[in-house]
Unconditional design. Structure first.
Length: 389
């Protein structure tokens, strides 16, 4: 990799993998290997049929977790390249950042957290880490994908202090602090880009689904400034294309702002290496204060208008019914589970104790489901006339 900055993640100084691996490949760096392992894992393929806000069956144009992941990867690589950060690591983190999301977006996360409330709870970030550390079974020598510390640090993103205590060195930055200390810059940037990606694409999807209106969006500077310019420049353009151009310009402003602001901060602080980045008080990959304010306004609007819309709430309501009833059925009678999941129940019972192990194995199974698989599984169990078993 040309022009890697001193404060970037250098493969040579990686904190390494849990299990030592002999004979590294001839033509790939450690972070390229991480990226490749993520692309080939089962959880990655399931992203195609998981949703963020809209249930997968709503329409073919809406974002799925997979297309969201690809957008996050694309934005992240642009920033990484501009700041001379490690593009391979950035790519790996972006590809893995949403693996732990259960079916049905935030609704799924809430209900699974409720199911596990007496057993340590459910957090999608921790579940992403659990997938790459333990649940994927691809290699003869170890469980999980045995990724590097830096990729795992980026995938974990956030974590509350209680579960962080169980994570070893990776959890340290969430302890004894009023707020977590920063991770490496590649992890910081994917985390920020995740927000840029979903705020902008939820506007696009929200307008398409008619859950929000242009009139509402024009109340917000980040949208309205670009929308007005586009309208002035292209007065007779179709509305769909005006929206695309507006969103494109909004993305460009945000990404450019992150690059410029972060570059200035890095020049001021001049961290000598990734360890110095981790010991900073503040994150160095950020928006400018002014743009952050505009971004936040829009994010809050989406939170109240889009995610609280009655149609989105109905989808969430259905998701609750499906996952809660499946959890109850499987917990009461684990012999309803497919054979390989029954084996997983036994494995986790031996590891964690009878009740916790069973609940955790059932939630791992539910969290791994795609939207459509969860709906099918519900149909198999609760429709007495179903043709499927
Ligand atoms: Mg995301």
């Amino acid at each position: 990799m040309d022009n890697l900055a001193p404060y970037a993640a250098w493969p040579e100084t990686s904190l390494g993998r849990k299990y030592t691996e002999l004979s590294p490949p001839a033509y790939r760096t450690e972070y390229q290997r991480d990226r490749d392992r993520l692309i080939h894992c089962n959880a990655f393929r399931r992203l195609e049929y998981k949703t963020q806000v809209f249930v997968n069956s709503e329409g073919d144009l809406f974002r799925t977790r997979l297309t969201h992941t690809l957008e996050v990867m694309q934005f992240s690589r642009t920033i990484a390249r501009a700041l001379h950060l490690n593009e391979d690591l950035t790519e790996a983190i972006a590809l893995g950042h949403d693996l732990g999301h259960p079916p049905f977006g935030h609704a799924g996360q809430d209900i699974l957290n409720h199911c596990l409330k007496n057993y340590g709870g459910f957090e999608h970030n921790l579940q992403s880490l659990r997938i790459v550390d333990e649940l994927e079974e691809k290699y003869p020598q170890f469980r999980g994908l045995n990724l590097t510390y830096e990729t795992r640090e980026g995938i974990l993103k956030h974590c509350s202090s209680k579960p962080a205590k169980l994570l070893g060195p990776l959890g340290n930055r969430f302890l004894n602090e009023t707020q977590p200390t920063p991770p490496g810059l590649e992890a910081q940037l994917v985390d920020l880009v995740d927000e840029i990606a979903y705020v902008t694409h939820d506007i696009d999807d929200g307008l398409r689904a008619k859950l929000i209106t242009i009139r509402q969006l024009r109340e917000y500077k980040l949208f309205n400034e670009h929308y007005s310019i586009v309208l002035k420049q292209w007065p007779s353009l179709s509305q769909r294309r005006v929206i695309y151009e507006t969103i494109r310009n909004m993305i460009n402003e945000q990404i450019t702002n992150v690059i410029d602001t972060s570059r200035d901060q890095l020049e001021a602080v001049q961290p000598k290496n990734i360890e110095e980045v981790r010991h900073q008080e503040d994150f160095l990959i950020t928006f400018s204060a002014l743009l952050y304010e505009k971004h936040l306004e829009l994010k809050q609007f989406l939170q109240t208008q889009l995610y609280q819309n009655y149609r989105v709430r109905r989808m969430a309501f259905r998701a609750h019914q499906i996952l809660r009833r499946l959890f109850e059925a499987f917990s009461n009678d684990p012999y309803l589970l497919p054979l390989e999941v029954q084996m997983e129940v036994q494995r986790l019972q031996a590891q964690l104790g009878s009740e916790v192990g069973r609940a955790r194995a059932v939630v791992d199974y539910l969290a791994g489901m795609t939207d459509r698989y969860a709906i099918l599984e519900y149909e198999r169990l609760f429709n007495p006339l179903s043709n499927n078993l």
